[in-house]
Ligand binder design. Structure first.
Ligand SMILES: NC(=O)c1ccc[n+]([C@@H]2O[C@H](COP(=O)([O-])OP(=O)(O)OC[C@H]3O[C@@H](n4cnc5c(N)ncnc54)[C@H](OP(=O)(O)O)[C@@H]3O)[C@@H](O)[C@H]2O)c1
Length: 349
């Protein structure tokens, strides 16, 4: 392939994987920036085929967000610059992320992708996936370099895009869980860690009070939205919060999932600073919950109206968040929390 319609970074990841069938089913030729050995392409193509996309339309670009020029060779750089849409989903996303990695991959890497966009003569859109929280975590929360670097990358890419007249669309997914139809996920940490703790009888308290929540969103909803929004003129310069606003408070959500699992729900709510203290004083190992995960639980609400309206226009239906949580839980149990799948990616310290 000498020209492509789209370039995707993070195509081997959770959201990127679901985006590829959306794009290729539409006949788009998609370059995928990929790390690692060439054998990964076969697995990705099969996965895309199995999810109603066309693996044959994928064009691998061996590269690395953390390297100058994305470590693309000259020929691949020529191909990359033919993309009309660049979807930047690649990121280093884990707990205990070293500062240097967060900076090289998430901040500098995002700027490298923005530079590529500025040098792409056919470019019509750069889509950036970033976090859903507007601000830094409170001082008593553990450091989360992923979260901080995403905030920094968001600002840096916006400034760069403005200075170089790049048509930018920014999406802010909430914590992403499985496919709303099947529960399928390739991300087995974050929300899945809470489900696992509950299933093992190791979640004695619900984190936070009655207004704390973790706004879930289905991966197929996010992928469908990103693919649909990228081709609409009205989405240039816009931000979209992709999360199911009717997600109940965390205690209620946990109780619903406990009911689904047939286990006892925690009856005690613990203020967040005390949850942090407990996890830091040794309960992290016993519960399997990383204190850094608490950054995704809060009381802020988000401006979802524009995304909801656009999703309807694109033809997406929001799943019921409790059903979504239970469908994902079913998949987690069926796969023994990822132990029985091949596409789980490493994540933690
Ligand atoms: N999942 C969520 O809940 C969520 C919520 C809000 C925002 N987001 C954002 O959405 C985007 C996608 O998230 P995700 O959940 O799909 O993440 P993910 O599953 O962790 O996937 C990350 C992707 O980035 C790639 N990557 C990491 N380091 C790289 C490097 N140095 N060079 C090239 N590629 C690299 C990974 O490639 P390998 O396969 O080689 O590791 C993988 O394809 C990210 O920007 C994330 O911050 C995610």
């Amino acid at each position: 392939m000498r020209t492509v319609d789209a370039l995707v970074t993070g195509g081997t990841g959770f959201i990127g994987r679901w985006l590829l069938p959306e794009l290729t089913a539409d006949g788009q030729r998609v370059a995928v920036l990929m790390r690692g050995e060439s054998g990964r392409l076969g697995e990705l193509r099969s996965w895309v085929d199995a999810h109603k996309g066309r693996g044959d339309l994928l064009h691998p670009l061996p590269g690395d967000l953390a390297a100058p020029g994305l470590r693309l060779n000259a020929d691949d750089m020529v191909v990359a610059r033919t993309a009309r849409t660049i979807f930047h989903l690649g990121a280093a996303m884990s707990f205990g992320l070293p500062d240097a990695v967060a900076r090289d991959v998430n901040v500098e890497g995002s700027l490298r992708v923005a530079e590529l966009a500025a040098d792409s003569p056919r470019l019509q859109r750069l889509v950036l996936a970033t976090g859903f929280q507007h601000r830094r975590a409170p001082f008593w929360m553990p450091d989360n370099k992923y979260h901080d670097s995403k905030l920094e990358a968001d600002t840096a890419v916006r400034e760069y895009a403005k200075a170089h007249a790049i048509p930018l669309t920014v999406v802010h997914p909430g914590p992403v869980v499985g496919d709303s139809r099947t529960g399928e996920t390739t991300q087995f940490w974050g929300w899945p860690d809470l489900v696992k703790a509950l299933w093992r009888g190791r979640l004695p308290v619900a984190p936070g009070g009655n207004h704390h929540w973790m706004p879930l969103v289905a991966v197929n909803y996010v992928a469908g939205f990103i693919a649909g929004a990228a081709s609409l003129d009205e989405t240039v310069g816009q931000d979209y919060w992709l999360l199911h606003d009717s997600t109940p408070p965390l205690g209620e959500l946990i109780a619903a999932v406990a009911g689904y699992l047939g286990v006892s729900a925690p009856t005690l709510h613990l203020p967040m600073p005390l949850v942090v203290l407990g996890l830091r004083s040794g309960l992290s190992r016993w519960t399997g919950l990383d204190p850094e995960a608490l950054v995704f639980i809060g009381t802020d609400r988000f401006p979802v109206a524009d995304a909801v309206r656009l999703a309807e226009q694109i033809g997406l239906t929001e799943p019921d968040p409790i059903e979504l949580a239970c469908t994902t839980t079913r998949f987690l149990l069926d796969t023994d929390f990822g132990a029985k799948t091949s596409s789980e990616r490493p994540h933690s310290r």
